[in-house]
Write a protein that binds this ligand. Structure first.
Ligand SMILES: [Zn+2]
Length: 135
């Protein structure tokens, strides 16, 4: 798969912090309840920390109590790409940035959360950057 933003691995490694690189480029996961946006309610737009593409809005964020920022819908559905992930002995749906291919998290469906979509985009804080009006 090719992406609009396509950089060599070494360049990502230089541009991102070690933790950002591990999660975004190596499909890592930040420990639950440690991410800076887990409980954030500030209004704004969540961008991809690797390429700056708009991914989610604060209006789509909800309290899932799962330990990671959770959204019920991407800001624009074409902003994220979904891939089947069979790692860890489970079949999950991986969520990636559609612009640069960086790993964001996973999406789960049918868990019974009272949201319009019944989906939970479980996203690593370190994959996101919250941009508010004041910035
Ligand atoms: Zn991106």
């Amino acid at each position: 798969m090719t992406y609009e933003v396509d950089k060599p691995d070494e360049q990502w490694r230089t541009e991102l912090s070690p933790e950002e690189y591990r999660v975004l480029r190596k499909a890592g996961t930040e420990p639950a309840f440690t991410g800076e946006y887990t409980d954030t309610k500030t209004e704004g737009v969540y961008e991809c920390r690797a390429c700056g593409a708009e991914l989610f809005r604060s209006t789509e964020k909800f309290e899932s109590h799962c330990g990671w920022p959770s959204f019920y819908d991407p800001a624009r559905s074409e902003a994220v790409g979904l891939l089947e992930d069979r790692s860890l002995g489970m079949t999950r749906t991986e969520v990636r940035c559609a612009r640069c291919g960086s790993h964001l998290g996973h999406v789960f469906t049918g868990e019974g959360y009272p949201t319009p979509t019944d989906q939970r985009y479980c996203i690593n804080s370190v994959s996101l950057r919250l941009v508010t009006d004041g910035q």
